[in-house]
Write a protein that binds this ligand. Structure first.
Ligand code: CMP
Length: 140
């Protein structure tokens, strides 16, 4: 199905100056960037975005990292965009990410893991609405 998913290029990858290299991977895989913005999240915004992880032991480190510098946020559109983006990213822990994936090539640790991508249709809709509240979704 034609889907949209939310992608974040995290502070580590923005600092490494690889936004373009990561965008090229999305494009080469047939994912179209249909919305994008660079933002430096406040602590409150990062905590709200990652609220589902609030009780996890890594929550504070995750929020500290996500507010450490600007991030690049985009909506990717394409056939099976959610799963396709997750394939391109590779496993959450870069040590476990398959060769050639974004995290294998650009990430340093499970916190500084270069990219975030929505994990399913419901989170994709919620995450897109969080960053691009005016964006109409007509995919179903
Ligand atoms: P992300 O896809 O952005 O979603 C939550 C983030 O928490 C995840 O990527 C990791 O960067 C970070 N994180 C840190 N430790 C863990 C862990 N043990 N399991 C899952 N995510 C973790």
């Amino acid at each position: 199905a034609l889907e949209r998913t939310l992608s974040i290029i995290k502070p580590d990858a923005v600092a490494k100056n690889v936004i373009g290299q990561i965008y090229s991977r999305f494009e080469a895989a047939g994912l179209k960037i249909v919305a994008a913005k660079m933002v430096h999240l406040s602590r409150r915004e990062a905590e709200t975005f990652y609220a589902v992880h609030r009780e996890r032991p890594f929550f504070k480190d995750l929020v500290d990292f996500m507010v450490s510098g600007p991030v690049m946020v985009q909506v990717l559109e394409g056939e099976n965009a959610i799963a396709k983006n997750r394939e391109l990213m590779g496993a959450t822990d870069p040590k476990k990410a398959a060769p050639g994936t974004i995290r294998a090539d650009f990430a340093d640790s499970i916190d500084a893991n270069a990219v975030h991508g929505s994990d399913g249709p419901d989170t994709a809709a919620a995450e897109i609405a969080f960053f691009f509240p005016g964006m109409a979704i007509y995919s179903r």
